[in-house]
Write a protein that binds this ligand. Structure first.
Ligand code: DMJ
Length: 449
């Protein structure tokens, strides 16, 4: 009896391993095309915006977020280039970063954005490349971000001056409050300085403590008083990666308190935020105290949730939600920023070259081995190539209805969108999925640093 059980388990894992490592020449060709499109975008950045934060692809002008460049695109793109085997491009980007990136600037930055893109990008660059200058840069930046946590509650302010440490904006949101657990947790492990992990963990604990009696958090909170400002609750922008990081911190840092916070939060999300409409699963907006539904809106950002559900062990629900995401995508041939799932129409028609729907397809493929997720990936890649490609890189869409392009190419297009697409089709050995945890900007952190 026991013998046949072992045999069944063994055959099942063999089938799964074979399914997960099946790599047809069509898949390899798709991975090659994605790499070619990465180069198309990178070469445009190189030609028109070298050394700056980003390229505006229609006017072909460089863009810097804060007056002087913090090398957003090169830092965000570096690990994708390493994974794609673009050795020359990675070496050039590295040279630019180590020669010119400095955080000793009289410049106010948004804690969340520089944490996920720069601290995250530099940490994964360090783990992939081994050069301690990446770690030194990450540490220097994180040290300059610590004043953010000087509020009476320990939850961070939103902006800090990198040189003076002056902070601003006490009305913060769960995503920006919680999304440093991984970066600061890993940094503490790599440097032996617990200050980073402690600040990040306290912030999240204080936020979780202020959840409503039904277990939900709102959209904005005053970090000086600890009072909620906007009590609408959902899984979209301003809350999304708070939930994502609770679970990922449990995995990366083996933090059982974070796992407990994730499980409690997820139970409340499933009970109150989840919704069904037109025969599909969606997650809308509810009041955090009563759970009453406020809006039936879903969108590109919410499409991160199937990936998190997979990591949390619920691939069935993840599959259900990814099918809904695909339905949303198929209405216009590309997904809108916000979507009314009862009317199946766009509420905010922009597409910012976002990765989440692809990220979820990648997780589902890795967890199930089901080829349908690569088929979805092809649909996403084709839509993006058809509507967003320009002579100089890729452009966001002002409207998925008219397909009018807008003059932006966010650095997350290099860090996330093209990386997840590539990993979906590349040989699984390119990046062993179960040995890393991705930060919310798709920078892979090794599980055993
Ligand atoms: C990225 O900066 C991160 O994924 C963040 O968590 C959400 N928004 C963008 C991508 O859409």
């Amino acid at each position: 009896m026991r013998r046949s059980l072992i045999l069944i388990i063994f055959s099942f894992s063999l089938i799964m391993t074979t399914a997960l490592s099946r790599q047809s020449s069509a898949d390899t060709q798709t991975a090659d095309s994605i790499r070619t499109e990465f180069l198309h975008a990178w070469n445009a950045y190189r030609q028109y915006a070298w050394g700056h934060d980003a390229l505006d692809p229609l006017t072909r002008h460089p863009r810097d977020w804060y007056g002087a460049s913090l090398c957003m695109t090169p830092v965000d793109a570096f690990d994708t280039m390493v994974l794609m085997g673009l050795t020359r491009e990675a070496a050039e980007a590295k040279q630019l970063i180590v020669d010119s990136l400095s955080f000793d600037r009289d410049m106010e930055v948004q804690g969340f954005e520089v944490t996920i893109r720069l601290v995250g990008g530099l940490l994964s660059a360090y783990q992939l490349d081994g050069d301690r200058r990446f770690l030194a840069l990450a540490t220097d930046l994180a040290r300059r971000l610590l004043p953010l946590y000087s509020s009476p509650t320990g939850m961070p302010y939103r902006f800090v001056n990198l040189r003076t440490g002056a902070v601003r904006d006490s009305i913060n949101n769960p995503a920006e409050i919680g999304t440093s657990l991984l970066e600061f947790g890993l940094l503490s492990r790599l440097t032996g300085d617990s200050a980073y992990a402690q600040r990040a963990k306290r912030a999240v604990t204080e936020l979780f403590r202020r959840r409503s009696s039904i277990g939900l958090v709102g959209t904005t909170i005053d970090v000086t008083t600890g009072q909620w400002v906007d009590r609408s609750s959902h899984i979209g922008g301003m809350i999304d990666s708070y939930y994502e990081y609770l679970l990922k911190a449990a995995i990366l840092l083996k933090d059982e308190e974070c796992r407990h916070m994730w499980e409690q939060s997820n139970a409340a999300i499933e009970r109150y935020v989840a919704d069904t409409s037109t025969g599909s699963l969606w997650y809308g907006v509810v009041d955090m105290e009563s759970g009453n539904r406020l809006r039936t809106v879903f969108g590109s950002l919410e499409a991160f949730f199937p990936a998190v559900l997979c990591l949390g062990g619920d691939t069935a629900r993840a599959a259900q939600l990814e099918s809904s995401c695909l339905r949303m995508w198929n209405v216009y041939g590309i997904e809108p920023e916000e979507f009314d799932y009862t009317r199946m129409t766009a509420l905010s028609p922009q597409y910012y070259l976002r990765p989440e729907i692809i990220e979820s397809a990648y997780y589902l493929f890795r967890f199930t081995g089901d080829e349908r997720y690569r088929d979805m990936g092809r649909i996403f890649f084709d839509g993006i190539r058809r509507y967003c490609r320009t002579g100089a890189g890729y452009a966001m869409l002002k409207s998925v209805i008219t397909k009018e392009q807008g003059d932006r190419m966010e650095s997350f297009f290099f860090a996330e969108t093209l990386k997840y697409l590539y990993l979906l089709f590349a040989d699984p050995q390119t990046l062993p999925f179960d040995q890393v945890v991705f930060n919310t900007e798709a920078h892979p952190f090794r599980r055993t640093p």
